[in-house]
Structure formats: C-alpha cells, structure tokens
Write a protein that binds this ligand. Sequence first.
Ligand SMILES: Nc1ncnc2c1ncn2[C@@H]1O[C@H](COP(=O)(O)OP(=O)(O)OP(=O)(O)O)[C@@H](O)[C@H]1O
Length: 387
Amino acid sequence: MMFSLDVTHRQGAFTLDCRFESAGRLTALFGSSGSGKTTLVNIVAGLIRPDRGRVAVGERVLVDTARRLALPVHRRRIGYVFQDARLFPHMSVAQNLRYGERHIPQAERYARFDHVVDLLGIGHLLARRPEALSGGEKQRVAIGRALLASPRLLLMDEPLAALDEARKEEILPYVERLRDEAAVPILYVSHALAEVSRLATDMVVLAGGAVRAAGPTDAIMQRLDLLPEDEQGEGGAVLDGVVASHDETFELTVIDTGAGALRLPRLDAEPGKRVRIRIRARDVMVATERPRGLSALNVIEGTIRALEPRAGAAVDAFIDCGGHTLVARITRQSERLLDLRPGRPVFAVVKSISFDRGGLATFRAAGEAPSPAPAKDAWIAPPGSMD
Ligand SMILES: Nc1ncnc2c1ncn2[C@@H]1O[C@H](COP(=O)(O)OP(=O)(O)OP(=O)(O)O)[C@@H](O)[C@H]1O
C-alpha cells in the first residue's frame, strides 16, 4: 500500500518541508535530533494540522489542506507505539489488548486476538499486570494493543529507544515478524542506523526539516554522504543472503549472498534461512591483488564502479561484486597509491568479526511463505492490502 506525504509546516524558527512516497512494508524515518521526525509523525497522526499539504495511506486521505479535509485523530485508524509502552497499569495484559479493539466496529476488525497474541509471543503474559512485565514484554503488549485496533497504518516512534541492548535483541525479531506477516504498513521513527538497516524495507532521511534521501534501504545505506555526519561510519552495504552452512569447529556461519559467500560469527539460524547483513564501509579494505597471509576471512572479487570523494581524507569506493555493491571507505592516499579507478578489478576484504549482531537479521523476502505457513485468514492485514 502506498503511503504518500507532501507537507509544509512552520513552527517557530523551524520549517518542515517534506515530500516522499513509500510502498514499503516498514519505512524508517531517520534523522538526528531536531530534524523534524516527531513533527512529521504528529502531522500523520493528526496531532498537528500542517500549514499546507496532503497525507494519504493508499486511497485513504488523512489530510488535504487544498480540500480543507483533515480527518480527526480517532478516524485516522492509526496504531501508535511510543518509546514508553503506556499500558494501563490497573488492567491486565489481556484487558490492555482488548482495549485496542473496543472502539472499532466489529465489521472493520481484521486483527484477531489469538493471531496477534501468537505473533508477539505474549500468550503466557495475558493474566499479568504491566508492573510484572519486563520492558521488552511491555513493548510487545503495546504493539499488540495497537494492532488490535485494526489500524490502516502503524506508527512506531522510537519504540526501542528506552530499552537496553538485551531487551532490544529480545523484541527485534517480533518487529521483523510484524513487518513480514502483518500486512499493515509501518512508519518507524528512529535515530539508530543499526536498527533501521536491520528492520526497514525503505528509509527516509530527514535533515533540517527536509527529506535528504528516500528509497529502498540498501540503496540509501550505500550513500554515506546522505547520512548524518555522526552516523556515516555506520553506513555501507546491506545484502540479503541465505545461511549455507555452519562451521562448528570455528563457530562460524557461511552466508551465500549475491556478492559472494561470507563467513561470520556463528549465527543462530537454520541453513536455508534468509538473512540480511550490513557491511559497514569502514570495515571494508580494498586490495588490487588477492591478499595472502591475511587474517580476514572474507575476500570478495569485484570491480570498482565509482569513487566519490568525501570530506577530509575520505573516499568512498563503490565495488560491484556480482551485481551487488559493496562500499569501502578508504583514504584519498590509498586511492592514489593503489591507482584505483572505475573498471579496475579489485578484492574487497572484510573481517568476519566486524559483523555485529545489530547488523544481522533474519529476514523474509517479499512473497516468500512464512514458516510455519499460516492459513490465509491468519494474516493480519487490513482489507485490500493483500491484493
Ligand atoms: N511547538 C513548537 N514550536 C516551535 N518550535 C518547535 C515546536 N516543536 C518543535 N519545534 C522545533 O522543531 C524542530 C523539529 O523538532 P522535532 O521534535 O520534530 O525533531 P525530532 O527529529 O523529532 O527530534 P528528536 O529526535 O530530538 O525527538 C526543532 O528545532 C524543535 O525545536
């Protein structure tokens, strides 16, 4: 379903002037503090009426200033998940979940209680009060409550920001399931690139109230220059691959990607499972001959496609590896010493250890059956969204 936004809004000295479209299952709104993410989300939710513009989810227009149309908050059918779970403390988990359904006419409910509970793995928590839940469990219940209101759009505003690393790891697989199995489009606000590269099918980079870049995550992640300066070190290639095998002796996993086979620390995923890997540009070295006597396990053949100078000493080398692009951030001096230029065959070298957990995700490509495959009616999907 296409989400489209074209708005201008002034508040004090700040002007938001944004336009983008996304048909992605999970579109990340990414930008540093003060870039306008919250303002934009509030416009979508109906908490701020923009000076000018239009926001629509599919055919459903939420606001259109030219037509003097602005749906009130409760008629927008948007599920909202905040940084803090905001559960009702005096209600059990089950009552909190049911609350989401209450205001939706029976005929318009598409999310079924059992399916949502199963999707989020919260069946064993139903009788508990929020005070007896961990931060990650609370967030899963908050997501469930938002889903049970059968929303047409799910807004998630920094939903993991208040959680520690262990709790984030606990909840990320559920957000991935939500993205893959619940066919409701998700707008996901974050300023953490590791999270965005793992979860987002599409991303929108905001800076100073404007859209700096918008498009598929793998394409945007390669454009380090479009990312906020303090996050450029986190940018690079995002590759989809399949777990080929495990090497138990050395606790490594081999992943087949379109760019070549990669060895990385043992991943808890069955052979055949699809995964997404992020390779940071700063973790990639470039060699003009196949290196020997090197500890790095991943040496991938490719061809320089482009070299783009960046601020200071840096150059980003775009290396075509079997039709997939790896990015290496090197120095201008190395570029000169190695005589790098477009068309030159090279070897991209990646240390196995540089793949951190945050850069790895189990992932199901569009159209691939979920496992175990649920019956069609088990899908959580607004009417018309599965066409
Ligand atoms: N009510 C207001 N009146 C005037 N300026 C405002 C108002 N609300 C926000 N701003 C300004 O608008 C800009 C964008 O704020 P916004 O909260 O949308 O950014 P953000 O990207 O969500 O930041 P953060 O990640 O810190 O939450 C900031 O410069 C902020 O100071």
